[in-house]
Design a protein around this ligand. Sequence first.
Ligand SMILES: Cc1cc2nc3c(=O)[nH]c(=O)nc-3n(C[C@H](O)[C@H](O)[C@H](O)COP(=O)(O)OP(=O)(O)OC[C@H]3O[C@@H](n4cnc5c(N)ncnc54)[C@H](O)[C@@H]3O)c2cc1C
Length: 481
Amino acid sequence: MADLTDRYDVAVIGGGITGLAAGLELLKQGDCDVTVFESAEQVGGKLQTTDIGSVTVDAGAESMLAVRPEALRMAAEVGLKPSIVHPASRTAYVLSGGHLRELPVGLVSGVPTDMRSLAAARIMSLPGLLRIPIDQLKSRPEVADDVSVGEFISERMGREVVDRLTEPLLAGVYAGNPDELSLRMVNPSLFRQLARDKSLLQAARAVRSGSAIAAGARRGPVFAGLRNGVARLASKSAEVLVAQGAHVRTGCTVKNLRRSGRRWQVTGSKGTFEFDAVVLAVPAAQAATLLRTSAPFAAAQLRSIDAASVAVVTLAYRTSQVPELAGTGFLVPPIEDYHVKGVTFVTNKWEWAARAAKTATPRGLTIVRASYGRYGDDAVLERDDEALASLARAELGAIVGLPPVTVDHRVTRWSKALPQYRVGHVDVVNRARESLADAPGVALAGASYDGVGIASCIASGRQAAKKVARELSEDVVENYG
Ligand SMILES: Cc1cc2nc3c(=O)[nH]c(=O)nc-3n(C[C@H](O)[C@H](O)[C@H](O)COP(=O)(O)OP(=O)(O)OC[C@H]3O[C@@H](n4cnc5c(N)ncnc54)[C@H](O)[C@@H]3O)c2cc1C
């Protein structure tokens, strides 16, 4: 362990957005030499781009919440403030009975709060609409320690709300089954509010009117992107880390983590190194593997956090052959009998992409991306890239009339990429973190634990960095104070 005159050596394992945020925070805390280990040849994790028809677009995450501060603050911190942009449209659709219907206003994690807007959207059947207010005649909601999002909403408001609204909205974020997802994790504010209110509708309305998202949305756009792709947030952060003296070791997979006296021994594909503290910013399954000998109980907890695999099919069409496409895209619930889960009209959503696609070679492209894969239903992902691209072309043709021929396509596969916050997830994570108190100087951070969105991951990385920095300074005071 470092003495008062020393600097601390801290390892960050995982160079996704969580690890990069942790690295920047450690440098800010001072007195730290930071090394980021990343197994891939480039940093970013789920923030990556792909080139299609000579246009570079995001192949993983493509937008950031603008109503939370973390992502935009980090973009500004690494010099990307001038590149922050917002979607060109706020309108999105959901497929319902074969028709694209505009999403109603006032949805809180797929719970409707504005009945007039919902009725006008023509997403629900009349019996389905009439079932919703029965929620208010039922006894007070019981959510105990946690509850399944799908089962709870279904019991309060009817199954059609889940099938037509909750499922597609949550699938866009988690690719998960709403009956297995934890309400406490998916919407912590709604979960807390349910303890105070008499019905789900009342609680969702209270959350909507009081939430940061609602307040932020009244002030400005809910989402933001970066010109030429949000993946730049990762590459630029890595540049800043290196410029500030951190080491970013790409192509270096950490294989083992061992307590060595008061320090941590990190064994990777490029040797063994010792550190005073470690931030584990890798998905739970990998963290479990690394902790298997030094913290077997935590490892067992982490192993129970599963993840969904997804694939993103990016297609480039000749604009001259494309019908008019409305809004930023649409969601597709499984009851509609398509495989596709969500579609983004990239060149409608981002002006920078539209401009680049207009002048690309060949000229005049429309870029669309289609997402496939849901937790527990990997069959569609077993197709090879060509078959998946053909499926996307056929489904987009059937739903919005896109032509059967594309100029270019890319398939990006994301294996075990979206963590599944099952009912009781908070307790699993708490147990893992509490048990690590026996092994000070290690912190867990990232999408597997505290929220999958970029903003949540940044917050999680920064918090982990602060935790290890605090432990290191307390340790010095204890030993020398
Ligand atoms: C297709 C897709 C679209 C998404 N869209 C959005 C979106 O639009 N907006 C949004 O906010 N969120 C989105 N998300 C979610 C978000 O991108 C992720 O949750 C987030 O980027 C995860 O960041 P992370 O750093 O925690 O994990 P990761 O990105 O998984 O990073 C972990 C890193 O650790 C590395 N690693 C793993 N094991 C080791 C090891 N043993 N040694 C060294 N390195 C290791 C990996 O290579 C990886 O780079 C999307 C996710 C996907 C998959």
